[in-house]
Design a protein around this ligand. Sequence first.
Ligand SMILES: [Cu+2]
Length: 110
Amino acid sequence: MTPNMVTIRSGGSVNFIVSGLHNIAIYDDGVTPTDINIALTTPTTSATPPVLPIIDDPNRRIYRGVDPSLQSRDRVEVVNFAAPGTYLVICGVLPHFAGGMYGYVRVLPN
Ligand SMILES: [Cu+2]
């Protein structure tokens, strides 16, 4: 995930430019990677293999991206951040998250 951290002002948005089979999930201010319950997953739904586990931990999740198996591999998802804080952004594809695919959006007061 590049860059690993971005800083914006509250009310701003981040354009997540996705290339490949990834699933964006964003967690509220202060959530850390170890807070994510990776035992909670849901499978991708495309009839085309492979079926991959997508992390589905709803606790303090503020954004859940689309099922990547049903989307173009290349796309942009835009997320608005209304309040200050440090938000954890993960790739919900379980082996990607387990491999360290996460970062942060730091939102400063406007
Ligand atoms: Cu990924």
